[in-house]
Design a protein around this ligand. Structure first.
Ligand SMILES: [Zn+2]
Length: 323
């Protein structure tokens, strides 16, 4: 069974790219942005660099049910529900992976792609919206995803200009939406601001599978995008909300990392609560961000959580900045 989403090597390269930028200039003090930027020479165009690196990652397949497949590798985890009603796809990797993603979808059968669902606005999930639309799919997302994609944002040293009109969601909702297709019921629900203010959960009731997008990083410290409404408190609340939606048999797809279960999500929640409490204590006692980072409040968790997407210092920075 293959469950690897991004290889260790890619993650390390990705982390190097993420560390190389100017880092959340509008959220973080310049001194910390500089501190993190010193870890690696910033690439000329960080977005192009990370697109190319992620895009070169091979796609791996994992069957979640007879007609439900997870694809992982070149971006956030993708889930495809296939059948006579057409293919319904959640998230779409980065642009350079479009050809290989299309090939993987075509290999599942002749059904057309009816719908792409965005878990949230970030490029490693929504980058192929225009390609899906051109392939005839509707693009369904929370209304804030459409709004955020229409704006300019900075994240981890990367600058994102407004998406072109043909890359915007074609259908949006505010609270919830239910789709019936291919013998399953797909329940989409808005998650109050957590990783961003655009996140939704996707629940397949028959298959008992829950896709949580980037409100769940399985086994690694999560990105928290304070620039578009994210916060550590919101991330913890999102995990609590999602735990209520899962039973012991639910398979939980994270935005990044291998498929998990309720116990894995619980470990993620508990790690975040403890780190939040430690950083809050440091901040309340007047420690600066630099001092809080230097105190290494995540030390008991760094192996393995700090060996994935983010370094411990970056995670502490996100937590401190959003408290
Ligand atoms: Zn994200």
């Amino acid at each position: 069974m293959t469950t690897t989403t991004i290889t260790r090597r890619t993650l390390l390269k990705t982390t190097a790219v993420l560390a190389g930028g100017t880092v959340l200039g509008h959220v973080l003090p310049a001194s910390v942005a500089d501190l993190i930027a010193q870890q690696a020479a910033p690439p000329a165009d960080p977005v192009a660099a990370i697109r190319a690196q992620m895009g070169a990652t091979p796609i791996e397949r994992l069957a979640l049910a007879d007609n439900l497949t997870m694809l992982s590798g070149p971006g956030g985890n993708v889930v495809v529900l296939n059948g006579a009603d057409g293919k319904i796809v959640v998230d779409g990797f980065v642009q350079p992976a479009w050809a290989s993603l299309k090939q993987a979808l075509d290999a599942m059968g002749p059904q057309r792609i009816t719908t792409l669902i965005n878990t949230h606005w970030h490029f490693d999930h929504s980058d192929n919206n225009a390609n899906f639309r051109e392939a005839g799919a509707a693009v369904l997302a929370h209304e804030n995803t459409r709004r955020r994609l229409s704006e300019t944002h900075e994240l981890l040293g990367m600058r994102f200009p407004p998406a072109p009109a043909n890359a915007l969601p074609t259908q949006t909702f505010a609270d919830s939406r239910t789709l019936q297709a291919n013998g399953d019921t797909i329940e989409l629900g808005y998650i109050p601001p957590s990783h961003t203010d655009t996140d939704i959960s996707i629940r397949y009731t028959r298959a008992n599978v829950l896709h949580l997008g980037d409100t769940f990083f399985n086994g690694m410290y999560p990105v928290i995008d304070g620039g578009t409404g994210g916060s550590i408190t919101g991330m913890i609340a999102a995990a609590d909300r999602s735990l209520k939606m899962a039973d012991a048999r639910t398979r939980i797809v994270p935005g990044h990392g291998p498929v998990g279960d309720r116990a894995a999500l619980e470990r993620f929640r508990d790690m975040m609560v403890d780190v939040r409490d430690r950083v809050q204590k440091l901040k309340t006692s007047g420690r600066t961000l630099e001092e809080a980072v230097a105190a290494r409040p995540t030390a008991p968790y760094d192996d393995p959580w700090g060996k994935g997407f983010l370094t411990p210092d970056q995670f502490v920075t996100f937590v401190y900045a959003t408290l």
